[in-house]
Design a binder for this molecule. Sequence first.
Ligand SMILES: Nc1ncnc2c1ncn2[C@@H]1O[C@H](COP(=O)(O)OP(=O)(O)OP(=O)(O)O)[C@@H](O)[C@H]1O
Ligand SMILES: Cc1ncc(C[n+]2csc(CCOP(=O)(O)O)c2C)c(N)n1
Ligand SMILES: [Mg+2]
Ligand SMILES: [Mg+2]
Ligand SMILES: [Mg+2]
Length: 335
Amino acid sequence: MESIGDLGEFGLIRRVTGRPMGPDVLLGPGDDAAVIAAPDGRVVATTDVLVEGRHFRLDWSSPYDIGRKAAAQNLADVVAMGARPTALLVGFGAPRTTSVEWARRLTDGIVDEADLVGASIAGGDTVGSPTVTIAVTALGDLGGAPPLTRSGARPGDVVAVRGRLGWAASGLHLLENGLDGPAELIAAHRRPRPVYTAAEEARSLGVTSMMDVSDGLLQDLGHIAELSGVAIDITAALVPLPPSLAESSVSRDETPTIPSEGKTSPSESGVGGVPVPDPLHLALTGGEDHAFAATFPGGTSFPAGWTIVGHVAEGAGVTVDGSVPSLRGWDHFRS
Ligand SMILES: Nc1ncnc2c1ncn2[C@@H]1O[C@H](COP(=O)(O)OP(=O)(O)OP(=O)(O)O)[C@@H](O)[C@H]1O
Ligand SMILES: Cc1ncc(C[n+]2csc(CCOP(=O)(O)O)c2C)c(N)n1
Ligand SMILES: [Mg+2]
Ligand SMILES: [Mg+2]
Ligand SMILES: [Mg+2]
């Protein structure tokens, strides 16, 4: 197996660059920096880091999946601002024994996800690292429109979501506990599928604030509530749920790898003694599906794909059916 140590830093860079560029990239990989077109003079820029063992496991996800996920979570942030993604910068760290093929498949995943929105990898950085670490920066173009911020929600607005909630968290639960369950849930953990048309749709519906859900609906809506100076109440009965995990069974050849004790709430005992997490709890607190959550003036009528889940009122904080929830979602230093 040819390793990236055999090839050397610059050999590896040559192997993972040279991909076709979209028209937004005026100068791509190879120079001291990339040059990206910014037709309206503003650039939306965002970065998210993925760390082996924390965001993905090499035995749970393929390099292609990890690439798709690293790109998707950054592209979703650009779209959440109401912008069109134009370019990605890819920071890649890995041990020298990593195979070149692994690095190429990771790049394929990033490129294929970026292709969904017409963005290209315009540059990056390549370093040695004891564990695989991927830091993607995404740039986007607002096309002359105002950004969709977290600060525009107003009392009387409704809260609506576009995309899945709790699917990736359900897949993670299956993987962590060595359970067989719906394949689509494990796929959702490996590759989020943000609905990239959401910003365009939201603008046409008169959106007042918008974000993507990375850490959990309640946690993330907390940012809109805080920055908009409003209260948000979620109506539990309206929240779209992931498929049930009640039928999941312990797979023959696997035993639980990471105890999930303390991370699940209201549950009954499932097969093999692993508690079955409540789908509503997963939908309210599970991150990584990168659904879009947004607020709209009351009375907005929504097309298929958007689901009203709550409303905005005067006050502060996020409640569910009027009560303060005990768990809200992912916190890197608490989860
Ligand atoms: N080390 C840092 N230095 C400066 N700003 C930071 C740093 N870390 C995070 N931020 C900023 O703080 C905010 C964090 O918000 P939040 O965690 O909701 O971002 P996100 O990227 O949408 O979510 P996630 O990271 O869960 O995908 C972002 O505006 C981000 O740019
Ligand atoms: C191996 C493994 N263990 C746990 C998780 C769960 N997880 C990690 S980060 C995160 C929040 C979003 O990340 P960020 O805030 O950095 O965007 C979540 C829900 C996972 N994906 N893989
Ligand atoms: Mg972030
Ligand atoms: Mg975000
Ligand atoms: Mg986060």
